[in-house]
Design a protein around this ligand. Structure first.
Ligand SMILES: [Ca+2]
Ligand SMILES: [Ca+2]
Ligand SMILES: [Ca+2]
Ligand SMILES: [Ca+2]
Length: 373
């Protein structure tokens, strides 16, 4: 009996090593480019999936997905298609807060594209949809659209009050691309149209150089926009840096970036201002504000900004042109040489536990053979 229980426990532990740790597959940076000629899991439940066509944003030979709708009655009347496979899962854990899609309207009616997400499937579910549609004139030109996944980007359009947005983003089960002109909606308009989509990409707002990492290079790109203490006005060319959407790139955007980047990199708390050498670290690497950070600041101390520009790693935590007492005081207030944001992550199926369980299993199996039960 003891052996039965022990064998069962160990057997279960070993089995756990070989089962997928997550059921669904959303990952930061994943892209559907339709280059294999399939619809890549995008479907229309009542009819055939949309088909690929040639002539995407990269030109002749670049395959894209083309979805048509009739505008009349029946299953093909509405401009919508959806995914219940690789676009499901935990968007928050992956740090995904932006979906980028190349779009072309190859039909004859203007379209207004939104994304919609639910943590269950079907019309009775909680649905969030893009607050603002991406207007797509019927001119056949390819355009790059970004759809945010934050509270200010998405509105609840069904199941109001049942699940907050974070709950849905932690377990997305259906992802839709729809055309809905009048208001946020997970249901598409009945409209005669033909929509081309390509390069559907899961991105992060804190990634400014499109390498699907949020690190030192990105915050320094934000610094390159100008003096972030006085603030920089937003234009069409630099709007990606305005993370809080107040039309000014300033201190609050640095604060937002430090939190978003830490989330993408697996930390439960923000990077701290003053951590001059810490922004390229990824969880579980410890973070600190220590003498190393102080030395970086002291080495580059430049209150008159004679040697400007000063990037983050010089100890310039406020994003202006100097390294001065303000930067020093921030570092001093945040000084924590023992490390910050430390948390213990239980890993029941870690490789070491799997190895130990396997060894225990083999020992018991071996003894069982030897004793002939
Ligand atoms: Ca393509
Ligand atoms: Ca980046
Ligand atoms: Ca540090
Ligand atoms: Ca400064």
């Amino acid at each position: 009996m003891w052996r039965l229980v022990q064998n069962t426990v160990l057997g279960t532990a070993i089995l756990g090593c070989f089962l997928p740790q997550t059921v669904f597959g959303i990952t930061l940076g994943q892209t559907d480019d339709f280059s294999d000629g399939t619809s890549a899991g995008w479907i229309k439940p009542a009819t055939s999936p949309p088909a690929t066509a040639s002539g995407g944003p990269a030109g002749a030979g670049d395959l894209y997905l083309e979805n048509s709708s009739t505008g009349y009655f029946g299953p093909d009347s509405r401009m919508a298609f959806l995914n219940r496979t690789q676009w499901t899962g935990n968007y928050l854990a992956e740090g995904i807060d932006e979906i980028d899609i190349d779009l072309a309207n190859v039909g004859s009616s203007d379209l207004d594209i939104r994304i919609a997400l639910s943590n269950t499937t079907g019309p009775a579910s909680t649905w969030y949809a893009s607050e603002t549609a991406f207007h797509l004139p019927a001119d056949g030109l390819w355009r790059s659209a970004s759809f945010g996944l934050t509270d200010s980007d998405l509105s609840i359009v069904s199941g109001a009050g049942s699940d907050p947005l974070v709950t849905v983003l932690e377990s997305v089960l259906e992802f839709r691309i729809v055309s809905a002109a009048q208001a946020p909606n997970f249901r598409a308009d009945a409209i005669a149209g033909t929509l081309g989509v390509d390069n559907i990409t899961a991105g992060a707002m804190c990634d400014f150089n499109a390498d699907f990492a949020c690190d030192l290079a990105d915050i320094n790109l934000m610094y390159g926009e100008g003096n972030l203490v006085t603030g920089v006005s937003v234009t069409a060319a630099n709007s990606q840096f305005d993370l809080d959407n107040d039309s000014l790139i300033n201190k609050q955007d640095i604060t937002d970036w430090l939190l978003r980047a830490a989330t993408v990199n697996g930390y439960a708390s923000s990077y701290m201002a003053g951590d001059a050498d810490g922004l390229n670290s990824v969880s579980p690497t410890p973070r600190d504000v220590d003498l190393g950070d102080y030395n970086a600041l002291a080495t580059h101390f430049d209150p008159s900004a004679v040697s400007a520009p000063h990037p983050w790693e010089h100890g310039n935590s406020d994003g202006d042109s100097d390294i001065d007492l303000t930067d020093y005081n921030t570092l001093a207030v945040n000084f924590v040489p023992s490390g910050y944001g430390v948390r213990v992550v239980p890993e029941p199926a870690s490789p070491i536990m799997c190895l130990l369980a396997s060894i225990g299993w083999l020992m018991i199996r071996g003894r069982g053979v030897e004793n002939h039960f």
